[in-house]
Design a protein around this ligand. Structure first.
Ligand code: NAP
Ligand code: G4F
Length: 330
């Protein structure tokens, strides 16, 4: 039974990955940070088989203790400050966690494993946000990075440090350059969940409108459940490598709004959406679309959920959550 250690287990991807690894017979350890973290309960409810370890990516000694207990064969570093908008407000903290946290976990592997470093496999959660002001369409593994946010810069650091540990120490280290992926477990701060939650509430009479920023931005959105499968596949390869994971389709926030409001029978969403400068960013990533040919050819990976299916899944989930607030059964 292989052992896996997941950082960021309380997040969207951490929960899906834990479920996937448990279904494959892994013993799973999850790092949870902070005192009385409210999301700890979520992990205990959804994946009770996971052993929770306390630690923080900014605290190397806590990572070393986690390694000593988990004795991992595979390490998935999903922990990060992951909200792009927040990263301008907290650029130094974002650098400490999302950039230097990667260095800490790579060092923890080196210190823990010593001469047996080649026995450990490492996944780094890199991001299409690194492409920023895109230099090529579609974006692939070789596309020049041009990050446009403190988060994107931090992820670029983690990406190159992962490659550096592969080349310097022979670590089986893979960097998954994942494009946006969503699900009913997506945080409410991200635009997709903000919209599906608002659509559910508007259709139930609980809310009048939703305030958004740049609705012309375009993203390549996939389903998180598919994307954690790509992470696992990367670590089953003979060598570590870099892979783009994407659907190859791009859609604007406007198109997402069309699909989400259509789920509740509203064709014209204009009366329900306002523009709010508070949600505009100092520098925007206008357009992302990925080429995941390499992941398809080498990992045998491809997405299984279309955007309309994903939006419907998210709206239905939010309707079920919100109905009791409207005095209706879920
Ligand atoms: P998420 O839901 O925001 O989860 C982030 C996780 O990081 C949470 O479990 C959070 O713990 C943890 N974390 C934050 N600060 C930490 C610290 N100091 N030490 C240890 N853990 C810490 O993100 P996600 O959507 O699941 O994404 C997973 C990873 O993939 C992230 O690294 C993200 O940047 C990256 N990524 C995501 C996407 C996407 O579209 N979802 C695309 C590309 C890359 P708390 O619950 O305690 O806050
Ligand atoms: O949903 P978002 O906040 O996601 P963003 O910035 O693309 O980042 C996500 O995907 C990255 C992969 O490319 C991950 F690495 C990262 O961790 C995160 O998961 O915003 C998407 C787009 C942006 O262009 C934003 O300006 O939606 C636009 N937008 C318009 N109105 C809004 C809003 N975004 C948010 N969060 N809230 C709004 O009201």
């Amino acid at each position: 039974m292989p052992n896996a250690l997941i950082t960021g287990i309380t997040g969207q991807d951490g929960l899906y990955l834990a479920e996937l690894l448990l279904s494959k017979g892994y013993r799973v350890y999850g790092l949870v940070r902070g005192q009385n973290n409210p999301k700890r309960e979520l992990v205990e409810q959804l994946v009770p088989e996971v052993t929770i370890l306390t630690g923080d990516l900014t605290d190397l000694s806590s990572l070393l203790r986690a390694f000593a207990t988990a004795q991992p064969d595979e390490v998935y570093n999903l922990g990060a400050i992951s909200f792009v908008a927040y990263s301008w407000e907290n650029a130094a903290l974002t650098t400490d966690v999302t950039a230097k946290g990667v260095l800490n976990i790579l060092e923890a592997i080196r210190l823990y494993a010593g001469d047996s470093i080649d026995k450990i496999r490492f996944y780094q959660a890199s991001s299409s946000e690194m492409f920023g002001k895109v230099q090529e369409v579609p974006q692939r593994e070789s596309t020049l990075l041009w990050p446009r946010s403190p988060y994107g810069v931090a992820k670029a650091y983690g990406h190159y440090m992962t490659i550096n540990y592969r080349e310097s120490y022979g670590l089986h280290a893979s960097s998954g350059i994942l494009f946006n992926h969503e699900s009913p477990r997506r945080g409410y701060e991200f635009v997709t969940r903000k919209i599906t939650n608002a659509v559910a509430r508007i259709s139930l009479g609980l809310q009048d409108s939703v305030a958004l920023g740049n609705v012309d931005a375009q993203r390549d959105w996939g389903f998180a459940g598919d994307y954690v499968d790509a992470m696992w596949r990367m670590l089953q390869q003979p060598e570590g490598d870099n892979y783009v994971v994407a659907t190859g389709e791009t859609h604007s926030i406007r198109e997402f709004l069309d699909l989400a409001f259509a789920c509740v029978g509203i064709d014209d969403w204009a009366p329900y959406v306002t523009e709010d400068p508070r949600f505009m960013r100092p520098a925007e990533v206008d357009f992302l679309v990925g080429d995941s040919t390499k992941a398809h050819e080498k990992l045998g990976w491809k997405p299984t959920v279309s955007l309309p299916q994903l939006v419907a899944m998210m709206v239905e989930n939010d309707l079920a959550i919100q109905k009791p607030q409207a005095g209706l059964g879920s």
